[in-house]
Design a protein. Structure first.
Length: 250
């Protein structure tokens, strides 16, 4: 497996497994089948509509609208799903892969639209010929759309793997930090990413990363050092647990 380590601005090391051509091909195959299914349904609806007396004299308009709808299905399908599902389409979810930014962060609508805007170039001369060649020529398996949007496709971890390992929180479960409500979702995801991967880090890097994140959050949330548990990782566990326990983030 091709592994990629990303150093975040907070000096936290995130490790991902890059998705290869095989898994991306399977995802694209399923997504294509879904697109074809949607197109067939739309075509049947258009034919039924064209057969009605009200529209029997305007086949050109119906054809023009149908072509436009096909265009939206072909190019909007990926952009819409990747925006709403944080980098996944039905095919990618089935294949267990996801699109992320080069920084390791989730993509937004801009990246989703940008990477799919040049999909037609990757598709040439047929079923991602250019895209496959481009992926073979770079070590991060990126197609042209990924270069344009600054994205990567990585393997999704299983539910068991994504559950943060909390080994100190039970000793400090009487401590509550209401300031955690002011965390951003990106900050919470950063803390969870560290907690997920800390067991794979060298001890020195693990301590340094925990201290950097804790100091950043303490400064932003106005939490003085004497309010924090002596164990820095316990502090991070408490902060992210309080954040996730609040109803609007469940």
């Amino acid at each position: 497996m091709d592994k990629l380590t990303i150093d975040t601005p907070e000096q936290v090391h995130l490790e991902f497994v890059l998705a290869g051509i095989g898994s991306r091909f399977m995802a694209a195959l399923l997504d294509t089948l879904v697109e074809v299914g949607i197109a067939l349904v739309v075509s049947l609806i258009a034919l039924a509509f064209a057969a009605t007396p009200l529209t029997s004299g305007s086949p050109t308009w119906i054809l023009a609208i149908l072509i436009f709808v096909f265009f939206l299905i072909m190019w909007g399908y990926y952009a819409i799903f990747e925006t709403l599902w944080k980098g996944q389409t039905p095919g990618k979810r089935w294949a267990g892969i996801r699109v992320i930014k080069e920084s390791g962060r989730p993509i937004n609508a801009y990246e989703a639209i940008a990477r799919n805007f040049v999909r037609f170039v990757d598709y040439l001369p047929g079923f991602y010929g250019v895209g496959v060649i481009t992926m073979l020529l770079n070590h991060k398996n990126r197609r042209l759309g990924d270069f344009v949007a600054g994205t990567l496709v990585v393997h999704e971890t299983s539910d068991g793997e994504v559950a943060p390992f909390f080994n100190t929180i039970s000793a400090t479960n009487d401590v509550i930090f209401p300031q955690a409500a002011n965390l951003t979702l990106q900050e919470a995801e950063l803390v969870e990413a560290f907690l997920l991967r800390r067991l794979d880090m060298a001890p020195a890097i693990r301590r340094e990363s925990a201290e950097r994140i804790a100091a950043m959050l303490s400064n932003r949330l106005a939490i003085s050092p004497d309010m924090r548990p002596a164990d820095t990782e316990a502090f991070l566990e408490l902060i992210v647990t309080e954040f996730r326990n609040r109803a609007k983030y469940r």
